[in-house]
Structures are given as C-alpha cells and as structure tokens.
Design a protein around this ligand. Sequence first.
Ligand code: FAD
Ligand code: NAD
Length: 471
Amino acid sequence: ASQADEKDLVVIGGGVAGYVAAIKAGQEGLKVTCIEKRGALGGTCLNVGCIPSKSLLNNSHLYHQVLHDTKNRGIEVGDVKLNLAAMMKAKDTSVTGLTKGIEFLFKKNGVEYIKGTGSFASEHEVKVALNDGGETSVVGKNILIATGSEATPFPGLEIDEKRVITSTGALALEKVPEKMIVIGGGIIGLEMGSVWSRLGAKVTVVEFLNQIGGPGMDGEIAKQAQKLLKKQGIDFKLGTKVVSGDASGDKVKLEVDAAKGGKVETLDADVVLVAIGRRPYTAGLGLENIGLEVDDRGRVVIDSEYRTKASHIRCIGDVTFGPMLAHKAEEEAVAAVEYIKKGYGHVNYGVIPSVMYTHPEVAWVGQNEEELKRDNIPYKVGSFPFSANSRAKTNLDTEGLVKMLADPETDRLLGCHIIGPNAGEMIAEATLALEYGASTEDIARTCHAHPTLAEAFKEAAMSTYSKAIHY
Ligand code: FAD
Ligand code: NAD
C-alpha cells in the first residue's frame, strides 16, 4: 500500500469490538478498513459465542419445558422427540442472518472489508495474508487492535472439539453425550452445561472455588443458582481441582483433587468441556515487530484512552483489560473512535451489566455484597422474591429474587443482583438507575406496569428504605 491510499483507521479483527468500531468510524466519515480472518464478521460473539449459545439455551429450555412442565398448565403433549440436527440448524440460521447483516452494515457505512490475517509490518502498515491466497497491505493513520480472545487450554488434555471440547465444540456436538464433565463452573460451564443437561446428558461441573458463577456473581445469588441448577439435574463438585486428564481410552478420565489437598479421585465421561476462562489472542499479529507490550496475562497494555505505547495504535475488547463481554467491547469501540475523531470518549466501567442465560437467568450490575464488605463500604439490603410477584405466579415461574444494595444514608443504588425469569432484561433498568445515580426511592416511586416481573424490581427497591407491599 502506498501513503496515498492511507486510511484514517485500520481495524484488525471483525468481532464485536472491531466491527462496531468500523461502523462507527464509517458513520463519522472516516476512511476505514476492517481485516478479519474468520471468513465471517461478528467474531467469537456472533459465530461461536453469545448468539449460538443463546439459540441453544432458548431451544433446549423449550424442549425441557415441553417434556417436564406442561401438564400443570393444562397442555397435554404426545410424543416429544429431540431433533438435534434441526436444533443446530436453527442456531446456524440465526448466526448466518446476523453475520451477513454486519456485511450489509459495512457496505451501508462505507467500510472496506478485507478477508485475511493482519500483522504489523511497521507502526503504520498492516500486512494481510488473504484468505483466498496472496497478500496485500494497508496503511493506516490510526490502527485499532481488536483480535479478541480464545479458550484457555487445560494442560495435558488436547482439545479435539469432539470428546475434549471448548465452548466451540459444545455448540456443535452431533449427539447428546451420556456423561459430560465440565471443568470450570463459570458462565460458559453453567450455560453450556445447562444446554446438554436439558437435552439428556448427565452433567457434572467441577469447580476449583467454593462458589459457582465465575467472577462478580454475588455469593447469596450464586448459592441460589447452584441450588436451582442442582434441582434441574446438574451435579456439582466445588472446591475441587482437576489435576490431570487422559483421553486415550474409551472414556475421558480426569483426576480431581479437593482443592485444599483432599483425596484424589478419578472421574470419567464421554465428553469433557474445558471452561476455565479465556485468554487474549494475539498470535501472528506481529506485536513484537513494533515493540508493543502484553502483560503477564497476555493482555495488550493500553492507557485510559485505549492507546498503546504507539499512540496512534489503540486496542479494545477481549484482547485487553476488563471483563470479556460483548457489550463492554461495543462501548469501547464507540469510545475509541470518538477519541480518534473528537479527542474524547467515555466508558463507565462501574456500570457494566453481566448476565448468565441459564433458567432462571442470573443478572447483576454494580457491586456485590462481598465487594462492599471488602472495601468497607456501608450498605443496606432490600430484596423481593418472585414467589410474591403476580406475573411470576401466573407464569408458574416463581423461583428467584431481586436483591438491591444501597447506601444506608442516601439510598443511592450501589448494586443490583437478580436471579429469576427474564433477569437479563430486567437488569437494564438497574443499569440505567445506576448510571443516573438513582436512589432506591427514585426507583420505588416510579410507576411500573402491572402485572409485570419488573414490579419485583420496584418492590425490592421499596424494601430497602420502607416495606414492600406484597411481601
Ligand atoms: P472476538 O469476538 O474474539 O473477535 C476478534 C476477531 O478477530 C475474531 O473474529 C478473530 O478471527 C479476529 N482476528 C484475530 N486475530 C486476527 C488477525 N491477526 N487478523 C485478522 N483477524 C483477526 N459475551 C456477552 O456479552 N454475552 C454473552 O452472552 C456471551 N456469550 C458467550 C458465549 C461463549 C460460548 C463465548 C466463548 C463467549 C461469550 N461472550 C459473551 C463473550 C463475547 O463473545 C466476547 O466478549 C466478545 O466476542 C469480544 O469481542 P472482541 O471483538 O473483543 O473479540
Ligand atoms: P470464567 O472465568 O467465568 O470461569 C472459569 C471458572 O473455572 C472459574 O470459576 C475458575 O475458578 C474455574 N477453574 C479454573 N481452573 C480450574 C481447574 N483446574 N479445575 C476446576 N475449575 C477451574 O470463564 P469461562 O466460563 O470460561 O468464560 C470465559 C469468558 O467468556 C468470561 O469472561 C465470560 O464473561 C465470557 N462469557 C460470557 C457469557 C455471558 O455473558 N453470558 C457467556 C459465556 C462466556
């Protein structure tokens, strides 16, 4: 590429971070190119993450409900059969529709899309090995690294995506395994464990810590979630570490050890899902060619304006600091482009919601009780159970609660933690309240439609400074 073809912005990676930045840059009138090697846009999230997992979660939940939860609703069903291939096809249709949609948005916003693998030739030039063969290069006034993350492997257990799988294999199994062991009781383990448990697998989750849910989940809520998932048939081994694995025989064997040095035990399964976290992905990017640094966890080092050591090269999304969430990547994408175009941008890292899409869903935003205690921040607690909410009762879906943490003097909301039906939608209300610095009284004095699940949210707020009406 010559200097004359210089782009205002070259984005490496077409995941949520990269594609959103490219679209935003196009909207801002910047000349922008996005390089993606996968052959499809949308990254992990659209292709092998958020979207396909939610398709399987939704449809496996329906299947499970039709099998086990119709009679008391006055619905009699006949022979219910799983057609796994068709369920997978429905998932693929959702994925393709969305990834193609992004290609359309690229065209609409004048984004150039190059299918290939990008690597730094120099501080302003990115070489691209094209997917169709051959090579090209692009020169950028600004460059954005958005290369995402990959599953952290488990030492000694080779991933074949058939018997020893990551989430990617868990989204594409061709038959329901009899026995599945999940290493890691974080969000991936619990979401994908739920899918296969509902479809008929005997699922055991082995978690190193004494609590499921991964980082950030409130302790009380995590306990409830574990209880409800156990009731659905998932077994848990907490405080237990997988020390080694062997996939050479008929079954995959795992040696597990009580984390605090208990007795060693051997477990076996037809399929083992490795879900022990994800790590930043920078392989082949050539960061070393231009002297860019990663930290001890492989994250590209940036400042508060997403700048690397070379100030025209910025970095966002899973490949750098912060929670590995699609909506976090999206916020950063908009902010990074605003920094480039206008010189200022903003993401409020204290107000990023998390959702676990099991049934019931678990969702939270702000601080949890353990964090408030750790930081010596005074708080008061309000809560409201869905068993006292009229809509949950009419839906025969009453498990869970809304829990609110608020400043004891000002009532200002500090955190909200929900386990219950549609928690993932309801958390948006708490997120908005937190962003605007609302007090729980502000929330409780806001009229909520009846009968809705959101009334549980209002009554939880009421209970922090007064009494809930219906409980
Ligand atoms: P990615 O989506 O990983 O995108 C990076 C892209 O860069 C990839 O497509 C890759 O091919 C490309 N790339 C890498 N190197 C190069 C290179 N050198 N040249 C060209 N292209 C390159 N988050 C949520 O918020 N909600 C969810 O429900 C959710 N569910 C998930 C379920 C699963 C099973 C998994 C694995 C993740 C889930 N996540 C979810 C996390 C979410 O997928 C990530 O946070 C999000 O995809 C991060 O976006 P990103 O653009 O930073 O990285
Ligand atoms: P995680 O960090 O959420 O959970 C990993 C769990 O594995 C932890 O609880 C950890 O203690 C445990 N663990 C680690 N080593 C172990 C060992 N040897 N034996 C037993 N347990 C062990 O990671 P994840 O579930 O793999 O998810 C990765 C990322 O993807 C997360 O950052 C998550 O935010 C994101 N994601 C989000 C969603 C969502 O938003 N709904 C869905 C899927 C994935």
